[in-house]
Structure formats: C-alpha cells, structure tokens
Design a protein around this ligand. Structure first.
Ligand SMILES: Cc1ncc(COP(=O)(O)O)c(C=O)c1O
Length: 501
C-alpha cells in the first residue's frame, strides 16, 4: 500500500517554532509543488527569501531582516503593504456579514458603488464598468467589447507591449517569447512600432481597436514621444476603431496623475485597470467602457451576459477597492508620486552619471527604471588581466607561450562572457542591492537589461534618498577594478519605516 504522506507543519506554526523552519519548509514546498524551475532561479540569485511580515514600504523576513520594497507587487501594492485604512475596510465589510457573491442573481451594493465612482473618475467619463480579477482578464474584456461592439476583427497593438498572459492578452503582447509556445494565438492581429503614429495610420482603417499602454511598463518603462497618444486617439476616432488604454500599471496615481491619460488630456473609449485597484490587497480588475461601445456589444437582453465571470464584480473586492480609492484621494498619492518620483530620478541620474555601464535613468512619477548598457566589450581583456595578476613575479609573459588552441578557447570564452554579462548585469545589480542594502528591485518582463523601480506611492523622501545612496554604492562597487582599494562595507543603517513624509 502507498506510504502515508510525510507530516508537514503549517507555515504559521513554523514561525512560532523558529524562523529556519518556515524558511526551509516554504522553499521546499515552492520547489516541489509550485515551480521547480523558478525555485532554482530564485536560489541562484539569492531571491529565495521568505517574508512573513509586511507594512508600508517594508517587507520583513522570517528572521526579522527588513527590506525596502521597490517592486511593490509589480506596481500593485501602491498604498504600501497592509495599509491600515484598506485592511480596516476589509474587516468592516466582513463584520457587517454582507454578501460577498450575489451578482448575477441580484443587484450588488458595493460593486455598483465602485462602478459609479470609477466612472466619475475616469478620463472622458466612461459610463460602463466590467469587473474581473486580473489585468489579463481586463484586457480580454476590452478585446471582446471592441470586437463585439464594432463588428470588426482586426486588433492593433504596439511592439514591445505587455498586456498579460491569457490567450487574448498574449495575442496583443509585443514580445514573441511570451506567446511562442502557445501558438496559434488570435488571428487578425497587427503590431506597429510604439511611438510611430504614421505606422498606426497605415493599419487602423477597418480595425476593431488599438490597444496601447500610456507608458510601456514591462517593455522597460518606455515613454512615448510627445503628442503620440493624442494622435493615436485621433486616428482611432477617424477610423471608427476603439482606442483602448491599458492603465493596469499606470493607473490610480503611479505616474503622478490619477490616470496617465490626464498627461495628454486623452479620452479613450476603453480603460483597463487592475493591480493597484484594491491597493494590491485582493484581486480585482475593471474594464471601463464608453456607453455607446458597450451598448453596441451587449446592449440587448440576449447579449447582456455574453461576457461574464463568476468572481468578477464581487462585493468584497469592491469594498476593498472603495477603501483603497479613499486612501489614494485623501493621502494625495498621485501628487506625492509625482514629487517623490522627480526627486528619485534626479538623485539616480546624479548617482549613475559617472558610470558608463548605465545607459539611462528614466521614468515618470513612481514608475522608473535604470537601463544598463549592453556593451561589455573589454570584459574579456579585463578577465585575462585579472588572471595574470595571479601569476607570481614577472611570469606574466608566460601568456605569450600559451598554445593557439588555448588562446582561441580563452577568446571564445571571453566573447561568450561579454554577451551574457549584458543580460546578467541587471539581475546582479538587483541581487547586490538586496544583499548589501536590503532594497528590493527587479527586471522588467520584456527586457532584462532594465531595472524596475516601482515602490509604493507612499515612499517617503528619506526612503527615496536611501535608495539613491544604495544605487550609488552598488555602482561604485561594480566599477571597482584591480588597482582600486576596496573599502570595508559600512554597517547598514536602520530602515526608515515612517509612512508619511
Ligand atoms: C500594462 C499591463 N497590462 C496587463 C498586465 C497583466 O496583468 P495581470 O498580471 O494581472 O494579468 C500587466 C502586468 O504586468 C501590465 O503591466
């Protein structure tokens, strides 16, 4: 007979038993039952940390080490972890004993209130709101309403875009590597260069929609040229195609305004929201649609639930989102993101300026990035020099005696090293920021040469400055070469945990 399963302790019990237990058990469970390949990658880059507490911009490991979180759930945790007002909203909802799921058999209270509020806030006052649970689902809903509402099929999107990993969202995602294994994706999909309105003009006639991010987040925090989005909107209007703005990463304050659309005075036909809609506490997404388009798609009784989702539009998620919106407005988070973001960029630009391996510091609000230079020519030579310093006395000249095949092998190894260094530098930078300074950053989904810096919008000026100092330290460290004296590491300062400026 089969052996009984091994006894496992619950992670929360293990915390009480000892930090080591929960760390080991969580790593093993993740490796065996969640994602073995990712588990190996995490371990290789020192990312197999186990956090057991979260508050504001700070994540704390099982052994009590605090990290400043500048990834913030890929932009979802915009109010900081476990914001007391949002947690309070969740508690209050549960204590009321209100129904969580009664949509589709009755009229929901909180979901209706949230729809009305989002509609009033939205650029161009989009009247209809469809709720779902993730960014990709919000994009699916956008693609479907555009096709059903226009009666057309062609979907246009930008190169290097990122809209999610369901089949529809992948079809309009401009990085083939994400979708190749799942081909064929949706048909009649056309991609154009981001920022090129002329290219869009060539393909938009007869299209159902143009789907675009106001700032390409996973593409590497790419800002479009001035006037591009407004021109894209004009082209869509003229062609009768839906202008779909994916604000899943930019929305609700991240770029310094409530919606990124406000920077250009855009009035899109569809806006997608997710990530920060509940402050990152519970899954919720929304697709906001102009009434005319929605009605054309679903405005008859036989089409009323042509698109639906069991968990979409639940009251619990809506109640949390309402509390999160209160916080965004009352704490002036869009404005604060603008101010703190400008300070952060200014500091990072000054800190990175001396180093040739940083190509650019860029961003808007608290959506920022450091792009590393991919050119590591000279790395092989430096490696050879380093090796020669290991030879005693004047034996350096021995290198000239190396047989030809060894020289060729060394040169090939050097070239391979140079090309992979370009990709590895960014991850290495993130790993060193975490290891030496306890600051969490990561690469973007479409580009592993771009370090994403997307903290909660509640980041304080002091926290921003401490991050700049850390980046400066890692840059200096990376720039060290053989004849530079290595300063002993200074003791780490305590993290600033205040949640206000
Ligand atoms: C602009 C944009 N759209 C869509 C998505 C997909 O969202 P989700 O991962 O919640 O499906 C993302 C996620 O990073 C995104 O940045």
């Amino acid at each position: 007979s089969a052996a009984p399963p091994p006894a496992v302790t619950d992670a929360t019990d293990a915390v009480a038993d000892g930090a080591g237990d929960v760390v080991a058990a969580s790593r093993r469970r993740f490796r065996d039952h969640v994602n073995p390949s990712l588990s190996r990658l995490f371990a290789a880059h020192g990312m197999d940390r186990v956090f057991t507490r979260a508050e504001g911009c700070v994540l704390t490991t099982a052994d009590g080490t605090e990290y400043l979180d500048l990834v913030a759930g890929y932009g979802a945790v915009s109010l900081g972890h476990n914001h007391p007002r949002v947690v309070g909203g969740l508690r209050a909802f549960l204590e009321r004993g209100a129904p969580v799921f009664n949509q589709y058999i009755s009229v929901p209270v909180q979901a209706g209130e949230l729809a009305e509020r989002l509609s009033a806030l939205s650029p161009g006052r989009l009247e209809r709101v469809f709720f779902s649970n993730s960014g990709a689902e919000a994009v699916e809903a956008a693609l479907k309403v555009a096709r059903a509402g226009t009666g057309r099929t062609r979907l246009v999107h930008a190169d290097n875009s990122y809209h999610g990993k369901t089949m529809g969202a992948l079809s309009v995602t401009g990085r083939r590597a994400h979708g190749r294994a799942f081909a064929p994706l949706l048909g009649d999909v056309v991609s154009v260069p981001y920022g090129d309105a002329g290219a869009l003009a060539h393909v938009i006639e007869g299209a159902a929609a143009f789907v675009v991010e106001p700032v390409q987040g996973e593409g590497g925090v790419v800002l479009p040229p001035p006037g591009y989005l407004l021109e894209a909107q004009r082209l869509c209007r003229r062609a009768g195609a839906a202008f779909v703005l994916d604000e899943i990463q930019t929305g609700l304050g991240r770029t310094g305004t409530m919606f990124a659309a406000a920077h250009d005075g855009l009035e899109p036909d569809v806006v997608c929201l997710a990530k920060s809609l509940s402050g990152g506490l519970v899954p919720i997404a929304a697709t906001l649609v102009r009434a005319g388009l929605w009605d054309a798609a679903y405005g008859s009784t036989d089409r009323a639930v042509l698109h639906s989702s069991t968990f979409g539009g639940g009251n619990l998620a809506a109640a949390v989102a309402l509390a999160a919106l209160d916080v965004v407005e009352e704490e002036n988070l869009p404005e604060r993101a603008g101010v703190t973001g400008a300070r952060l960029r200014e500091g990072l630009r000054a800190a990175c300026a001396p180093y040739g391996f940083v190509r650019e510091v860029r961003g808007i609000g608290l959506m920022n990035a450091i792009e590393f230079d991919g050119d590591f020519s000279g790395a092989a030579g430096a490696l050879a020099d380093e090796l020669l310093t290991r030879l005693p006395g004047d034996l350096h000249g021995l290198v000239d005696w190396l047989p030809d095949d060894v020289r060729t092998a060394v040169r090939r190894a050097g070239e391979a090293l140079e090309s992979s260094l370009g990709d590895m530098l960014c991850l290495r930078f993130a790993a060193q920021l975490a290891r030496d300074h306890r600051m969490l950053t990561f690469v973007t989904a479409n580009s592993n040469r771009v370090l994403r810096i997307q903290p909660p919008l509640t980041l304080t000026a002091r926290q921003a400055d401490s991050f700049v100092a850390a980046v400066s330290g890692v840059c200096a460290d990376l720039a060290l070469h053989a004849d530079t004296v290595i300063a002993p590491a200074a003791p780490l300062p305590a993290l600033d945990r205040r949640t206000t400026r």
